[in-house]
Design a binder for this molecule. Structure first.
Ligand SMILES: O=C(O)CCC(=O)C(=O)O
Length: 264
């Protein structure tokens, strides 16, 4: 058994308390709200990286019953590659608590951990879609041959079953036939994290409450893993050291010539 993070090892998920303090959380919320506002006003850079609630409905209407898609064209569901459209996210992601916790759960050194991708996944009040039950190891966006990846979900408002929170099936990372009936919905405070093993079954229902439910999703992996699928996000495969050295102490500003480190 892992001596480093037994809860994650045994259950296939873990809560990581207070990754972001209240002032960092406030900045994260402002950056996320800024992207949502830009999408609503039709900003082409944000729109190019966004799946709207309406587009998600057209692809899978069963996930969001009763909504009228025409009303939700400008409402973002998933905004991808956050750092590409808002470089200041990079500063927040240079967070030592987060990288150390991830390294413990992936059972490697911080130097071995690399960032894969990030997005903002939203379930807006009364219109947030359900997310099908799935295992991240099977995804065709960014996945490692050896399955050594971890997804960290960081809610920007407290999330639970009441506002379309994420459900997980404990121990399903070890049980291929685990039943969804055994799912639980952890309450995760804003700024804390829900870490999910790549083989853990997870998903969630639609948000029909009056509360927001926005989460930052970040996938991490091992530097030495061979990748089965690799999307191109800004800073994909960058290490904590790259985030810390390049962005740790100030907000990146492309107009001042800031360059993102490239990984070869
Ligand atoms: O938005 C959610 O509740 C879950 C997101 C998720 O399942 C994922 O990113 O793998």
């Amino acid at each position: 058994m892992s001596q480093r993070h037994p809860e994650y090892f045994v259950h296939g998920y873990a809560l990581v308390p207070e990754i972001f303090d209240s002032s960092e959380l406030h900045i994260l919320q402002q950056l996320a709200n800024g992207l949502v506002t830009r999408h609503r006003s039709g900003d082409p850079k944000v729109c190019a990286n966004t799946l709207s609630i309406a587009a998600a409905f057209r692809a899978q209407p069963e996930r969001n019953p009763g909504i009228e898609p025409a009303q939700w064209e400008r409402e973002p569901f998933i905004i991808s590659d956050l750092v590409a459209i808002e470089p200041r996210f990079a500063t927040l992601f240079a967070n030592e608590r987060m990288w150390r916790s991830v390294a413990e759960m992936l059972e490697c050194s911080v130097a071995e951990v690399v960032f894969h991708f990030c997005n903002l996944t939203r379930k807006p009040p009364m219109a947030g879609p359900a997310i099908s039950w799935h295992r991240d190891a099977k995804n065709t966006y960014f996945a490692a041959e050896d399955g050594r990846t971890l997804r960290l979900l960081i809610p920007l408002q407290s999330m639970s079953t009441s506002n379309g929170g994420t459900g997980v099936v404990p121990r399903s990372h070890r049980e291929k036939d685990a039943a969804i009936d055994n799912a639980i919905w952890p309450t995760v405070c804003a700024g804390s994290g829900l870490a999910i093993h790549s083989e853990t079954l997870h998903g969630g229902s639609a948000n029909r409450s009056g509360q927001e439910r926005d989460i930052i999703v970040i996938q991490f992996g091992w530097r030495s893993s061979c990748l089965r699928f690799q999307a191109q996000n800004v800073l994909s495969l960058a290490s904590f050291e790259s985030f810390r050295v390049f962005f740790g102490d100030r907000l990146p500003d492309e107009s001042q010539g800031d360059r993102f480190p490239t990984v070869t």
